[in-house]
Design a protein around this ligand. Sequence first.
Ligand code: NZQ
Ligand code: ZN
Length: 393
Amino acid sequence: MTDFTFWSPTYFAFGRGAEARTGELVRRFGGRKALLHYGGGSAVASGLIGRIKASLAEAGVEFVELGGVKPNPRSSLIDEGVRLALAEGVDFLLAVGGGSVIDSAKGIAIGAANGGEWRRFYVGREVKVRPAIPAALPVGVVLTIAAAGSEASTNSVVNLEPENLKRAAGGDILRPKFAVMNPELTMTLPPFQTACGLADMFAHLCERYFSPTKDVSLTDNLCEAVMKTVVEESARVMADPNDYQARANIMWAGTLAHNDICGAGRVQDWASHGIEHELSALYDCAHGAGLAVVMPAWMTYVHATDDARFARFARNVFGVGIGESDADAALAGIGAFRRWLKSLGLPLTFVELGAREEDIPLLVKTLNLNGNTLGGFRPLAESDVTAIYRLCL
Ligand code: NZQ
Ligand code: ZN
């Protein structure tokens, strides 16, 4: 195991009706005037925003609102949010939605606490060390989709305009103060979005599980347990979107997959995420759908680096490859993973995603490795990344 620091201060209010506590929680974490931030319509249509406003009013929390966050959140709305937050003297960011809304709120939280400056903290693979974020307003979350894990993560991923670059900021300061998690709120998700969320949380576990670090049995076992849960519960939720227990297990799995409890003390990979982010930047596709295309291709390209690890994944997560050589089991595991993604109705190829072969050089260019390598399991150069995109065809 490697040395680590782990600081995960998020307060979770989990269960039916938990959103009624939102106002109380904003106050508990110091908010007197909140910016209520939400997406393109689902939270308004479901009546959730109305209930949140009532909860804020009941707790005596003033608020201004800014809706309209798009999936793959845009920098222009963050700029608007920062202006609004500064003009209104907002002291708290309340995000009601999924990863896109939360990440947009985190961007506004940075800008509002740094005199409007936020963009320079969002960087790509061209830098080795991310710039430290000196200050950020506190962020609270009411989660409506189990997927990105931003409700407890250190990251914010946004689409920088006009260059159309998907870039990330990170630091413990971005961990939300609280996350309200009512699994019932996720029952209105279209099956495709549910599936994208499942793929994303599974990918967050893979990014940690496929590690060169030895003697990490605790986090190996944690990763496998959460992966198995995601696969098992995925069948239940796809069969019955209103299955509360399946939704609940999936929702908590999404948080555990990415708050880093499964990744502490080990080198992590994150190549697939880097490769995917270029797809969702260029094509505006769902992040989880892009991962469904990229992850199996990445696995196919790198498994020989450590077939024993891939064989363990095959046997312990998907129950395949038992009694086979590690090399055969590794391939069986990748095959089972692909079949699982397909069973969820996710794309597996560039064509199914709406991506184009002729854009591969552009995707590699905008990834901008700048001479650095990508990934902790098997460091990848630009030529490797090109080969992985080609395996997605
Ligand atoms: O905008 P509305 O109308 O709300 O619709 C959203 C959106 O179209 C819809 N939706 C959300 N909750 C719903 C619902 N529809 C019906 N009922 C509900 N209860 O779902 C769509 C997708 O929402 P989005 O927030 O984009 O999904 P997700 O949580 O998957 O977030 C994806 C974003 O997070 C980033 C991704 O790159 C992507 O931009 N990530 C953030 C991470 C982080 N901050 O730690 C890590 C991840 O790896 C990821 O990169
Ligand atoms: Zn992700």
